[in-house]
Write a protein that binds this ligand. Structure first.
Ligand SMILES: Cc1cc2nc3c(=O)[nH]c(=O)nc-3n(C[C@H](O)[C@H](O)[C@H](O)COP(=O)(O)O)c2cc1C
Length: 181
């Protein structure tokens, strides 16, 4: 593959931002099925695939999910959310696997032209589990709002390039402290 082809493919991953405002348009069944298929292929520790996913489109349930924390309001404004349920055995690998599947869900949705906003709902975990009828011994931390980004609101985000540390502040070559300028 040429470098230009690779850059084209990778392009959508650069400047990818959290979306918290959505149009009312529903997520199509085709896009959802594809997102869930991508999620299914997420790698996990020892290929345990411990996750379960709850897909929520009911407006009242989304509204109540949006109340799970002060930073979860965008769940109420989305047409769909996916809530990740883990076994709850406090294994560090579960948290890692949860992060991996969350990111894959968001990347697949983005590839479909959708926007995604993660929300950490662990502060109201009990209420969220009750709302979704998740067994109490399971772990619920992460919900992902998915929908068509509200373009007008997104223009107010900080400009690309200013929202992340530059590579030379994060990467070391061969040994700690050796930077390239
Ligand atoms: C573990 C984790 C929890 C997060 N929880 C929330 C949250 O509760 N609410 C929210 O709006 N964003 C949440 N985010 C999204 C981050 O705020 C976002 O990725 C970061 O601010 C960068 O935003 P940007 O992509 O728009 O620049 C979370 C991200 C991670 C990785």
């Amino acid at each position: 593959m040429s470098n230009d082809d690779a850059i084209d493919r990778i392009g959508f991953l650069k400047h990818l931002r959290q979306v918290r405002s959505f149009a009312a348009t529903p997520v199509s069944e085709e896009a959802l099925a594809d997102i869930l298929e991508v999620a299914r292929w997420t790698g996990s520790s020892q290929n345990q695939q411990e996750w379960q996913l709850v897909v929520v489109t009911d407006p009242e349930t989304l509204r109540r999910l949006g109340e799970a924390s002060p930073s979860a309001g965008h769940l109420a404004r989305a047409p769909l959310a996916i809530v990740i349920v883990m076994p709850g055995e406090r294994r560090i690998t579960d948290a890692f696997d949860e992060g991996r599947i969350a990111e894959r869900i968001m990347l697949a949705a983005t590839a479909h032209g959708l926007g995604c906003g993660m929300a950490w709902v662990v502060a109201s975990e009990g209420a969220v589990k009750e709302l979704l009828r998740v067994p109490s011994e399971r772990k619920v931390r992460t919900a992902i709002a998915i929908g068509t980004p509200d373009a007008a609101r997104r223009k107010r985000k900080a400009a690309p390039g200013t929202a992340r540390r530059p590579v030379n502040e994060t990467v070391h070559y061969e040994r700690w402290g050796a930077r390239r300028t």
